[in-house]
Design a protein. Structure first.
Length: 110
């Protein structure tokens, strides 16, 4: 049976997180705060008439966008740190451990 390394899973999760970041960024870019308007839909009344109902107020939409920006920045920081850790790892054949001389050589090379 083939052994799948943990790095493969971490890279897949990082790719997903980066895709999520792109999605959030495009949403925030497409909905600037200064252009928000109340979202209104018409609701039927019990007597057959229609009344306007606010589905999402400007304030609620603004709060959601601000929360999305906070989440974006938090996730971006985590993704960058994990990417740096993954790029710093060196794949080694065999039992997966470097000798102390090899580690010293890699540190001095950077």
């Amino acid at each position: 049976m083939a052994k799948i390394s943990k790095t493969t899973y971490v890279n897949a999760e990082l790719d997903w997180a980066e895709q999520q970041l792109r999605s959030w960024k495009s949403y925030v870019d497409a909905n600037p705060l200064h252009e928000l308007k109340d979202r209104v839909e018409w609701k039927p009344t019990s007597k057959g008439g229609m009344i306007p109902m606010v589905i999402a107020s400007i304030e609620a939409q603004g709060k959601f966008i601000q929360e999305t920006m906070k989440n974006y920045l938090a996730l971006l920081e985590v993704v960058e740190k994990l990417r740096e850790k993954e790029e710093a790892k060196v794949e080694v054949r065999g039992n997966g451990e470097l000798s102390s001389m090899a580690e010293d050589f890699l540190r001095s090379r950077r």
